[in-house]
Design a protein around this ligand. Sequence first.
Ligand code: FES
Length: 301
Amino acid sequence: MNLTLKVWRQKDVQSQGRLVTYQATNVLSDMSFLEMLDVVNEDLMARGEDPIAFDSDCREGICGTCSMVINGKAHGGQPGTTVCQLHMRHFQDGQTILIEPWRARPFPVLKDLITDRSAFDRIIQAGGFVSVNTGGAPDGNALPIAKTAAEQASTKSLALFYLSAWKNSASAQAFAQLYADELGRKYSGLKLDTAAKSSTPAGVEEEIYSTDEGPVLITTRGKLVFVAESFDLELALKLSALILDAQGTGELRMTGVQPGAPGLNRRDGESREPLTAGLIRFFSDCGVMKAAVNAAVQAAR
Ligand code: FES
């Protein structure tokens, strides 16, 4: 929208002020009034002219510093709205807007739309205010959140696994250690679960952690590192053995699965593949919903 602004310009407290007309062009309806003035000021500065002086602080409708009088009304007259929160959608294309400072004898105009508020500060310093207990900011953790929204925001419904191959076994072990060191940043309630550790064949290192989102298994076999997060431990151990066996010691092999492939989206009466074969393909994207895994486990029983 395009607007005509009649703005009070006053060089300083001693000078005589006057209304000056400006054109504000291409104003977006989602701009705040102050953003609209910012754009006008950029144009003025680009032309080498003095920008319109106005006050603002929070620009969040809290402090009230942006007070000015718009079309004869303090803060523009929208209920409960300060100028910094007043949006241009409240104005019409082609409208003329009168912008003046808040005029009162104890608050002389310092420049343009800025007034001297020190009289107000002196009143406050002298104790001339009332305290109103508006309560504390609500504790975010105390706000009730719908179950669905909470579940969607949580990673608790996710289970993931990763297989990586390294240059040599020393590199693989170094990676496994680094990965374990970083788990504390990702999960709360992290603890090394020594009781859950099973006996492993020679050449296989296994670390099991418990977290608030389920177990984390890190298995190192030769140059390979397998990580399962949030799977039930029994399933994680089975996956680790299956996938490391399937990979062996050769080049990393990739698998993919198409929607509707055997073992996925099966309907009653269709022939079913063994759970493990379906899972290995299903997991090949390296990230699945835990709910889907559990559904697959149930379906195979
Ligand atoms: S700048 Fe603080 S309320 Fe407007």
